[in-house]
Design a protein around this ligand. Structure first.
Ligand code: SF4
Length: 410
């Protein structure tokens, strides 16, 4: 989501005649896009702002955007006087006007927008979130859901593909909640339309929610040769009592049913999830239920986080953060080790198989890489392939982080 916002601002700056600086030292303008999902991310923003004090001169402009803006607002400027602008997410026009007034640039010809469209193009389809998970600050900093009309989403998708994008990623904090305001249906219908755009090699979407995921979406995914067989489906806990206190709106059994249906339709589905350990009141037994769920489901990827209380959330304001830090660390380390072992096993199943790889770029050794349909990173060995090519690779090596192998014989 943050990447998509940064891209959108960058495109508008480029269209206004600005150019991308190769590094901070040669830049006249720096805009810090921020995340406050955890205290650690928020602290990083403050330390970066302190650091940028040395960079800032009267000629240079420093601005901040992203989730911290709603949370802290203009108070940021009192704390960091070297900050010129506090820009709300998506409201870039007044900032651009201010910039133009500040910097007396000789604006050249606007650069073609295509310059920013990479192989993957992110498209926001729903902003904000109407859920109220008790640990989460997103509804406070991103507001209630705003759904982008389907014609606008599709127009943006077609434009991006016409300008060279090969992959589209439909984004929403809770993308399964998507509803066309014009009444043309939800995410399944949108994905079914999007995947037919000529020239598109792959269509992904994230992040899903177990309460809102439509079965029809799984069918669209299974039928299509363009839609990725990949779900980002956060479970957060494997214990019903904890799920209820998190206000997630589903039970463990429901989650397992969704996974079973998805895997029945797509046996090779790439499945990623998010898990929080040390939620207020989480007992050893409740933690072990999460552990058991991870063993049973065998996710490909688990984003593990230790609970950190966020002021302004139900849990942060009302419940003591009562799982000691050391215990949280023990729990997370235990799950990290478990997941390493599971991911190793899951990845090994690819060895000897041929996978479709959409090449994104080359790594520092000059080897092309991209992802397979299940979202796994794949290195192409002993070949030169241009970004954007969809190639077949025979997997020779597999580690939890990536697969590698040569091109399949034509
Ligand atoms: Fe936060 Fe996701 Fe829950 Fe929305 S659905 S409140 S973004 S965790």
């Amino acid at each position: 989501m943050n990447l998509a916002d940064s891209e959108s601002l960058a495109r508008q700056l480029l269209a206004a005649g600005y150019r991308e600086a190769p590094d901070l030292e040669r830049a006249d303008v720096a805009v810090l896009n921020t995340c406050v999902v955890r205290q650690a991310s928020e602290d990083k923003v403050y330390s970066k702002l302190h650091e940028l004090r040395r960079w800032k001169t009267p000629e240079r402009t420093l601005a901040v955007t992203g989730c911290i803006v709603r949370k802290e607002g203009e108070a940021l400027r009192a704390r960091f006087p070297h900050l010129e602008a506090v820009v709300p997410i998506g409201e870039y026009a007044p900032f651009l006007a201010e910039l133009e007034a500040r910097h007396d640039y000789a604006m050249g010809e606007p650069l073609p927008v295509a310059g920013r469209t990479g192989i993957s193009h992110y498209v926001n389809v729903v902003q904000g979130c109407d859920h109220n998970c008790t640990f989460c600050i997103v509804p406070r900093v991103r507001g209630r859901e705003v759904h982008v009309p389907r014609p606008r989403v599709l127009a943006e998708c077609r434009r991006a593909v016409a300008e060279g994008a090969r992959e589209l990623v439909l984004l929403g904090q809770n993308v399964d909640d998507y509803r066309d305001p014009g009444g043309a249906g939800g995410l399944a219908a949108l994905v079914a339309d999007g995947e037919r755009i000529p020239g598109l090699a792959r269509l992904r979407f994230m992040t899903s929610h177990p309460q809102d995921l439509e079965m029809e979406l799984l069918e669209v995914m299974a039928r299509s040769s363009v839609v990725a067989h990949e779900l980002q489906l956060p479970v957060q806990s494997g214990d019903d009592v904890v799920l209820k206190r998190m206000a997630r709106g589903y039970k463990v059994e429901r989650y397992q049913e969704i996974v079973a249906s998805a895997r029945a339709l797509m046996p090779d589905l790439g499945l990623a999830t998010d898990v929080i350990v040390g939620f207020p009141g989480e007992t050893e037994e409740q933690f072990l239920n999460t552990r058991r769920l991870m063993e049973e489901v065998e996710f490909d990827v688990v984003h593990l986080a230790q609970y950190s209380p966020r002021p302004g959330t139900h849990a942060g304001d009302r419940w003591p953060d009562d799982v000691p830090a050391e215990e949280k660390r023990r729990r997370i380390n235990d799950l990290l080790a478990l997941q390493r072992e599971i991911a190793g096993r899951r990845t090994a199943r690819w060895i000897g198989r041929t996978v479709d790889v959409l090449v994104e770029a080359s790594d520092e050794l000059g080897r092309p890489y991209g992802r397979n349909r299940q979202g796994k990173r794949v290195i192409v060995k002993r070949a030169r392939v241009e970004p954007g090519a969809l190639v077949q690779v025979v997997v020779e090596e597999a580690s939890p982080g990536q697969l590698a192998g040569p091109l399949a014989a034509a």
